[in-house]
Design a binder for this molecule. Sequence first.
Ligand SMILES: C[S@@+](CC[C@H](N)C(=O)[O-])C[C@H]1O[C@@H](n2cnc3c(N)ncnc32)[C@H](O)[C@@H]1O
Length: 238
Amino acid sequence: MLPCPDLRSGDIPCYIYLMKPPPAYCATCGKLLPIPHRTGRKPRYCFRSGACRQKAYRRRVKAKRSAKLQRDRLIHLQQDSFEWYTPQKYLRAVRAILGEIELDPASSVQANRIVKAAIFYDLTTDGLTKTWKARTVWLNPPYCKQGNTSNQAIWTAKLLREYKARNVKEAILLVTSATETTWFHRLYPYPMCFVKGRIQFTTPTGKKGGATKGSIFVYMGTKPERFRQVFGRFGVVK
Ligand SMILES: C[S@@+](CC[C@H](N)C(=O)[O-])C[C@H]1O[C@@H](n2cnc3c(N)ncnc32)[C@H](O)[C@@H]1O
């Protein structure tokens, strides 16, 4: 055992000093590190060059930055993926077929300034919890997912239920061209317009954003010829 260098007569011996500390390894390169003789504190990095400490610091900064980026992207997705409003020219075409839009079940105060539906539901009134009793319905459902199910699947199924129950007499639906999905396959019996190019939707701040996929208008009602005539200028109607 080594005598403690700071021990004076009458002092209680420093047992901590006498204990052998466990081996320490550099957190960056993994090399065995010598324990400083005096302090007995375990070092974290190779202390001669400082390169390992710097490397660890840079790695921490990078991890923090990418975590923030991911957080921001998620917030952006959650807020913005709901708020993509339909451009005026398509709504004019919708009105040319339906006349007045009686109900827009997925909307907001700001979106309805352009849609001009007589009744609309928003996030607080929750259109999914209501019965859609209306002569005409316009639906551009929110994007992204609720758990594992896509919002488009949920809203499309709801519209089909309401239309088949004859609560809705006539409707136009705007969805992305997820032509391979089960929910989209349920729409094939209805006339569809496959839009040429990508629709430039508008956000609440006025920013325009192109859809990342093609879009399709689906018509449910008794005027398929009129739909073909009006929507034919946006793309192929099948
Ligand atoms: C893609 S935007 C379409 C807005 C508008 N109908 C249009 O065509 O421009 C979908 C809208 O549905 C709203 N929304 C999301 N969940 C909803 C819910 N549960 N009930 C009613 N509206 C909802 C969003 O806030 C958003 O304004």
